[in-house]
Design a protein around this ligand. Structure first.
Ligand SMILES: NC(=O)C1=CN([C@@H]2O[C@H](COP(=O)(O)OP(=O)(O)OC[C@H]3O[C@@H](n4cnc5c(N)ncnc54)[C@H](OP(=O)(O)O)[C@@H]3O)[C@@H](O)[C@H]2O)C=CC1
Ligand SMILES: O=C1O[C@H](COP(=O)(O)O)[C@@H](O)[C@H](O)[C@H]1O
Length: 484
């Protein structure tokens, strides 16, 4: 019988994301028959007390989706138990091994990455790293290339690469997978997907939340390492990669690595021209006053809570097409989107002026708050005017209403897909070692460029779209952000 072990089973990630995901999977009958789930952390508590906490976390979320059923909850509780263990201590893990039984083990490390090395070593000693076992690692693995390699070497000492599942939860998001379907399941986009037709690409991950209590972690990492190294570069790879020969994990990941290897390094002399660092001061968000990062942190800090960058991909497909990325905390909106901005028509036959009424076509892949893919195209305004009037319209390419009773399907938590794939041993949506290495290499160069130039973060008001310099990054090249 297989077992899933959640190290850090009482932590924020486990209670907010992993256990609700497991509830939904069980509710939908998707968990493997007989799968045991063992939540493990150091706190001494009974399974009963633990289940009470889990229920408090899961029930409101499931009710909000009209998916709370007592019999589904009972089914989950029959397979879920809690064990108090110190995961860094092999002796403490031995009873866990006995409880997990003989089947394959999937261990999810929802603990601080600083413990990964010691935990995998203890797992190996305790017999929890057999050839059929798997390990799932949460990001961030390391703080730079060197520390990534140090941790990953310890992991590689216990597990083969095929057993290691490095999570980037953005890859579990439905729209991110839909991007793969859009690009490679349709013939119409591929001929346009290059520097002949595309002017530039924008990737925005805006958050309204602040850093808050997470500052001890965040202050050491900042937005570059927390978001760009992983989520944003993964999105960039999926937009920019060549068509893989199939959906085999290595075929897809080989293509992503090629993109990362083609990223032009950002050197110290480029830092001011192609990057912007920011940090929020106090401001208003959604009608509420919020404090500055410095106040949350309790002292001044040089950590960036906002980054905007221009990335260039030096290959045939993308030569001359800038990829603009921006992400930040305490921005005006919670909004994640990828914008593919097409070039203008070569000559306008409509009206006067340089371009007449024409707006350039734009494909917007929205991940949050809504999931949607829309293409803006020009259309004739209805009417009998002498001169034909045009208007842009948005064509939504979203998936259809194919849920139960014709309703839209439930929006799944990204971890549902990823947990299921890890349990089935499918690593397509996980990050391979060389991918993480290349991403760290590029990010390290940006961080080095900043420290060479002593680039301090620029202030921005909470509730804005970041420092003005982020707008200038585009306007200097005659472009602008889709949302400002
Ligand atoms: N929270 C989030 O939204 C996100 C988190 N992550 C990553 O997920 C991981 C966990 O984060 P988060 O849940 O926020 O952290 P928390 O601090 O909330 O939880 C950590 C958990 O680890 C347990 N733990 C600590 N030491 C040990 C040990 N030696 N043996 C067994 N269990 C231990 C703690 O319980 P106890 O003290 O009882 O041992 C606790 O249950 C981190 O890598 C983080 O970067 C990534 C993306 C988002
Ligand atoms: O990994 C992380 O992601 C979240 C944003 O995730 P989302 O799914 O809500 O977009 C971010 O808040 C956090 O700082 C980062 O560690």
């Amino acid at each position: 019988m297989a077992a899933l072990i959640l190290f850090g089973g009482g932590g924020d990630l486990a209670l907010r994301m992993l256990l609700p995901s497991l509830y939904f999977l069980d509710h939908d009958g998707l968990l493997p028959d007989g799968l045991k789930i063992i939540a493990a952390a150091r706190t001494e508590e009974t399974t009963e007390a633990y289940l009470k906490k889990v229920r408090e976390a899961v029930q409101p979320r499931a009710e909000a989706d009209n998916a709370w059923r007592e019999d589904s909850w009972r089914r989950l509780t029959e397979r879920l138990e809690y064990m108090a263990v110190d995961a860094t201590d092999a002796d403490s893990l031995k009873p866990l091994k006995a409880r997990a039984g003989e089947g394959a083990i999937t261990a999810f490390l929802a603990v601080s990455p600083s413990l990964y090395g010691r935990i995998v070593t203890a797992m190996k000693t305790a017999g929890l790293a057999g050839p059929d076992d798997r390990i799932v690692l949460e990001k961030p693995v390391g703080r730079d290339l060197e520390s990534f390699r140090e941790i990953d070497d310890a992991v590689a000492d216990a597990f083969d690469e095929r057993q290691v599942f490095r999570i980037d939860h953005y890859l579990g998001k439905e729209t991110v997978q839909n991007l793969i379907a859009l690009r490679f399941g349709n013939a119409i986009f591929e001929p346009l997907w290059n520097n002949l037709t595309i002017d530039h690409v924008q990737i925005t991950v805006g958050e309204t939340v602040g850093v808050g209590d997470r500052w001890p972690y965040y202050d050491e990492y900042g937005a570059l390492r927390d978001m760009v190294q992983n989520h944003m570069l993964q999105l960039l790879c999926l937009v920019a990669m060549e068509p893989p020969s199939d959906l085999d994990p290595d075929s897809v990941r080989n293509e992503k690595v090629k993109v990362l290897r083609s990223l032009r390094p950002i050197m110290a002399e480029d830092a001011e021209r192609v990057t912007v660092r920011g940090q929020y001061r106090a401001g208003d968000i959604e009608g509420r006053s919020v404090e500055s990062y410095e106040a949350e942190r309790g002292q001044p800090s040089d950590t960036e809570t906002f980054v905007a960058l221009r990335a260039d991909i030096d290959n045939w497909r993308w030569a001359g097409v800038p990829f603009f990325m921006r992400t930040g905390k305490r921005l005006a909106e919670k909004r994640t989107e990828i914008v593919i901005q097409f070039k203008p028509v070569p000559h306008s036959i409509f009206g006067h002026g340089e371009r007449g009424d024409i707006y350039d076509n734009r494909l917007v892949i929205e991940l949050q708050p809504d999931e949607d893919i829309s293409l803006s195209v020009m259309n004739k305004k209805p009417g009998l005017e002498q001169r034909m009037q045009l208007q842009p319209i948005q064509m939504s390419l979203s998936w259809g209403q194919d849920g139960k009773d014709g309703a839209a399907p439930r929006r799944r938590i990204a971890y549902e897909r990823l947990l299921l794939d890890a349990l089935h041993g499918d690593s397509t949506l996980f990050v391979r070692r060389d991918e993480a290495e290349q991403a760290w290499k590029w990010v390290d160069e940006v961080a080095d460029a900043w420290s060479c130039r002593e680039c301090r973060p620029l202030d921005y008001d909470a509730g804005s779209w970041g420092p003005e310099a982020a707008d200038l990054l585009l306007s200097r090249t005659g472009r602008k952000w889709n949302v400002r």
